[in-house]
Ligand binder design. Structure first.
Ligand code: ADP
Ligand code: MG
Length: 320
């Protein structure tokens, strides 16, 4: 690399938020030393993003850092965990200091936003690839897992669905130079919000939960298939943003909501008996949640709209 590795780490990573809770020793030694608070379990998740496969070559490095961290932290949110630490393995084709400066700025802001400390990592040369490992805490035995949905449970989602795909579409579309793509939809793609507070609020209330990374129906399948269960989705209750409805036709919006992915909203099941408690918890949160269907004893996904029933697959509508 153009600048020595230790210098690069010193310049762009050592100064990032790094000495938060539980960090006994951060970046700079052979290992970080970390302490999990008493009574808590460590929740760990790693994601690797390869340029050209998981992110567009040429994407703004500051945006990339934010999106990469938010998508990882979303896994902590889906478990009901509190974010604590990040380790970062960075593979770069060259020591491009302009890129590193932007990336490190974006990462610093995102770390701050989610209360994470960067405690270590690795830096190598090669095809641009980011591996982020997030670590969080969750009170023993209280994590929200993918197992536990029961027939009759409500199926809930947070926020609005399909926005990230709409944002990506706007980003890739040739825009007349005098037209600025909708900033809300772009933001939903670049800076998805990990629903940390919601995940924590759902502990003891939701029977199962995950974050929507691949698309609502595909991810819902991860809650239902292992339990040999199915679901009925009320298609007219899917939550859309005003920006989505203003810019795209309803069929497109629905397809993205069902199968689009990358919104990093939470999908969770709630027993009927817990609904009052849920309403109470939700009233204190910034994000809206909506019941969009119910878990059924029979496997398979069915969409209900205007008294009609439609078979659904993970890709959206099943065409016969
Ligand atoms: P070693 O050769 O002992 O593994 P390294 O030279 O790889 O050490 O790393 C030196 C220190 O810098 C370690 O504490 C490591 O965790 C940290 N580090 C290296 N790369 C990064 C990075 N991209 N982000 C954060 N910390 C990093
Ligand atoms: Mg190393």
């Amino acid at each position: 690399m153009g600048i020595a590795e230790f210098e690069l780490i010193e310049r762009y990573f050592s100064a990032l938020p790094g000495y938060g809770r539980g960090v006994d020793l951060g970046i700079g030694d052979d290992c970080a030393l970390l302490t999990v608070p008493a009574g808590q379990q460590l929740a760990v998740s790693i994601d690797t993003l390869v340029e050209g496969t998981h992110f567009l070559a040429g994407i703004d490095a500051e945006q990339l850092a934010h999106r990469a961290l938010a998508s990882c932290v979303s896994d902590l949110a889906a478990m009901g965990a509190t974010p604590a630490w990040l380790t970062l393995a960075l593979t770069l084709p060259e020591a491009d200091e302009a890129w590193l400066r932007l990336f490190s700025q974006g990462l610093a802001a995102a770390l701050q936003r989610y209360g994470l400390s960067l405690v270590g990592g690795d830096t190598t040369r090669g095809h641009r690839t980011l591996s982020l490992q997030v670590h969080g805490w969750v009170p023993e035995g209280q994590a929200l897992t993918r197992r536990g949905a029961k027939p009759g449970d409500g199926i809930w989602v947070s926020g609005t669905l399909g926005d990230a795909m709409a944002g990506l579409e706007l980003l890739q579309r040739q825009q007349p130079s005098d037209q600025v793509p909708d900033p809300f939809l772009l933001q939903r793609f670049y800076q998805p919000t990990a629903r940390i507070e919601l995940g924590q609020a759902l502990r003891g209330i939701a029977s199962a939960a995950l974050d929507i990374s691949d698309g609502l129906l595909a991810d819902l399948g991860h809650l239902l298939t292992p339990e040999n269960l199915g679901a009925q989705i009320e298609l007219d209750r899917l939550p859309y943003s005003a920006a989505m409805l203003a810019q795209f036709d309803p069929a497109r919006a629905q397809q993205w909501a069902l199968a689009g992915g990358e919104d990093f909203e939470l999908c969770f099941t709630v027993p009927h008996a817990n609904e009052a408690l849920l309403a109470q918890k939700l009233s204190g949160l910034a994000v809206d949640c909506r019941r969009i269907g119910r878990v059924c004893a029979e496997p398979g996904l069915v969409g209900a709209t205007g008294g009609e029933m439609i078979a659904l697959s993970a890709q959206g509508y099943q065409h016969f």
